[in-house]
Design a protein around this ligand. Structure first.
Ligand code: ZN
Length: 162
């Protein structure tokens, strides 16, 4: 790692800590030549493979954009979108693979979105799963009405974050 100030090729790591729940490592470095300090962040690259075969880095922002469209006019705020994207990222990273097909990112969105807002979920699912008839909606709505087996009580309150 070259010093960003004097371009000297050597630096010393003076501090190293995990950030973002251990998904990244932040290192404080000191240039052995000029002594100035700088920070680097290291994280595993998670690539999304699109249907065309093209890969691109996983982007939480992209998840938020896709879901925000489905949430138009719904009582879903920006914090909820960010939290959802965070959960999606955790879910896809938990698979432990460096590459993930884009449709599996979509799958990872469906669960948390369903908990967040059922109308937005239906919109997103209709596009994502290419609903072609009213029956597709009926079936999905029937699923929504069926209580999920073994579902725990909803953590609606009493939890403070951030
Ligand atoms: Zn330097």
């Amino acid at each position: 790692m070259r010093c960003p100030f004097c371009r000297h090729p050597d630096c010393r790591v003076i501090d190293s800590r995990e950030v973002d729940d251990g998904q990244a490592t932040r290192r404080r470095r000191s240039c052995v030549e000029c002594g100035r300090r700088f920070t680097t962040v290291e994280e595993a690259v998670l690539a999304v493979v699109k249907r065309s075969g093209v890969t691109e880095p996983f982007s939480r922002e992209k998840v938020v954009r896709g879901v925000r469209r489905a949430c138009q006019g719904r009582p879903v705020d920006e914090d909820a979108l960010q939290l959802l994207a965070h959960r999606v990222e955790e879910a896809v990273r938990a698979r432990g693979t460096a590459e993930i097909p884009s449709h599996e990112v979509g799958l990872a969105i469906l669960g948390p979105l369903r908990e967040l807002d059922e109308v937005a979920y239906l919109r997103f699912a209709s596009v994502y799963r290419s609903f072609s008839s009213i029956e597709d909606f009926e079936k999905e709505i029937a699923d929504l009405r069926r209580p999920a087996a073994g579902e725990a009580a909803e953590p609606r309150s009493g939890r403070s974050t951030g």
